[in-house]
Design a protein around this ligand. Structure first.
Ligand SMILES: [Zn+2]
Length: 355
C-alpha cells in the first residue's frame, strides 16, 4: 500500500501548537455539525461563513480534530472529542498531519490569492492514499482568496472528492465565492458572539472586560484591538521616556509625531497623560523602596525621584489634570503636550529647588 507519509501540505500550514482555548459561541451550529459527523451525513464541502474574527477557522481546525479523534464515542456521543492528546489530535495541533491540509493565500504573491498552482497541488494530493485519518480534511482560509482559475481547477474535486475527504471553505465574504463553488457546497452560518459570551471569552483570556464594546461580538477583533493598542502604547512610552529631560527641539519632534499618531482616535487622545501618570505613580513607589510597575524604566525613575520627590509629583499631577481638561476642550494635542512636557522638564531641571 502506498503510504504518502511525506506528503507535504500544498501551502504553508498554520501550525497550531496548542489548543486555541475554549470555543465560545455558536453552540447550536457546532452541535449540529457534530451530530451530522456522528451520523456520517456530513456534506463533503462545507462553507463556514460569518463575520471576521468570530472563530470560524479555529472551529474548522477543532472540527478536523473532532472527526479524526481516537477518543471513544460512547453510545453515539462524541462529547469526548476532540481529546487534544491522541495521535490524530496531536498531529493536527502540531500542524504535521499528512491528511490535514490548511491552504492559505500564497505568500510568494503580492496579492493574497490561493493560486492555480495551489489548487493543482490539492487535486494531486487527494489522488494519493490517505495516511491514517478517518477523514482527509482540506481547509481553505479565506476561501474567497481563490480566483476564478484556481476555483475552476478545484470544481470537479469539490463536486466529487475521493471518499473520506472533507472540504471546509472558511469565509467572511461568501458572496465573493464563485456561484459554481457555492452550488457544490453546504453553507454553515456562524454568528457574532453575544455580550455574555464575549464576557466569558475575555475572562478566559484574562483580557479587559471593557473590550466587549469595541470587539462587537468578535474575539478576533478584541485581539486585534489589544495588539494595536499595546503596540501604540509601547511606542509612545518609548518616545516619552527618550524625550523627557532632553533639549526642546527633541521634545517638539516627539509632540509633533505623537499628536499625529493620536489623531483620529479621540479615546486615545490622553494616552501620553495616562503614561505620565503611571510613571509618576512609579516614582512614588521607587521612592518608598518598592518595585515599580514599569520596572524596565528603573534607572530613569531613580533620577526622577531625585528631581521630583516629593513636591514635584503633586504639581505635575495638577498639570496633567489641566492638560486633560484642555484636550477635552479641543485645544490641539501638540500644544497641550508641549506645555505639559515643558513643566516636567522644569521640575526635573530645578531638582531640589521646590522641595
Ligand atoms: Zn483526540
Amino acid at each position: 500500500m502506498e503510504r504518502p507519509a511525506k506528503l507535504a501540505p500544498p501551502a504553508p500550514a498554520k501550525a497550531g501548537t496548542t489548543l486555541p482555548g475554549p470555543l465560545v459561541g455558536n453552540e447550536a451550529v457546532r452541535s449540529r455539525l457534530s451530530r451530522a459527523a456522528m451520523d456520517q451525513r456530513l456534506h463533503h464541502c462545507l462553507v463556514f461563513e460569518g463575520p471576521e474574527g468570530i472563530g470560524k477557522f479555529t472551529f474548522a481546525m477543532q472540527f478536523a480534530m473532532e472527526i479524526n479523534c481516537l477518543a471513544p464515542a460512547v453510545g453515539g456521543d462524541s462529547s469526548l472529542r476532540p481529546c487534544g492528546v491522541c495521535a490524530q489530535c496531536s498531529w493536527i495541533l502540531g500542524g504535521t498531519h499528512p491528511d490535514v491540509m490548511v491552504v492559505v493565500p500564497d505568500p510568494e504573491r503580492a496579492t493574497p490569492i490561493i493560486s492555480a498552482a495551489q489548487a493543482r497541488e490539492i487535486v494531486g494530493s487527494l489522488l494519493l492514499q490517505r495516511h491514517s485519518a478517518r477523514y482527509r480534511v482540506v481547509i481553505l482560509s479565506p476561501a474567497d482568496a481563490m480566483n476564478e482559475e484556481s476555483a475552476n481547477i478545484l470544481l470537479k474535486t469539490l463536486e466529487e472528492p475521493p471518499s473520506g475527504t472533507q472540504f471546509i471553505l472558511v469565509t467572511a465574504r461568501p458572496a465573493a465565492l464563485l456561484a459554481t463553488v457555492r452550488s457544490r457546497s453546504q453553507r454553515v452560518r456562524f454568528g457574532p458572539l453575544s455580550a455574555a459570551q464575549m464576557d466569558l471569552w475575555l475572562a478566559s483570556r484574562g483580557l479587559d472586560p471593557a473590550l466587549v464594546g469595541p470587539a462587537g461580538g468578535s474575539p478576533g477583533r478584541a485581539l486585534a484591538w489589544v495588539a494595536g493598542d499595546g503596540a501604540l502604547r509601547a511606542e509612545v512610552m518609548d518616545g516619552l521616556c527618550e524625550t523627557i529631560g532632553k533639549p526642546l527641539y527633541l521634545m517638539f519632534a516627539f509632540t509633533e509625531a505623537t499628536s499625529k499618531k493620536l489623531e483620529g482616535g479621540s479615546e486615545r487622545g490622553d494616552l501620553v497623560l495616562q503614561l505620565l501618570e503611571e510613571l509618576l505613580a512609579d516614582v512614588v513607589i521607587v521612592a518608598s523602596g518598592r518595585t515599580p510597575t514599569h520596572v524596565d524604566r528603573l534607572p530613569m525613575l531613580r533620577t526622577w525621584v531625585h528631581g521630583l520627590w516629593p513636591g514635584g509629583i503633586g504639581r505635575l499631577q495638577v498639570e496633567i489634570g489641566l492638560a486633560r481638561q484642555r484636550l477635552r476642550s479641543n485645544v490641539p494635542a501638540r500644544i497641550v503636550l508641549e506645555a505639559l512636557l515643558a513643566h516636567v522638564n522644569l521640575e526635573l531641571h530645578h531638582a531640589g529647588g521646590h522641595a
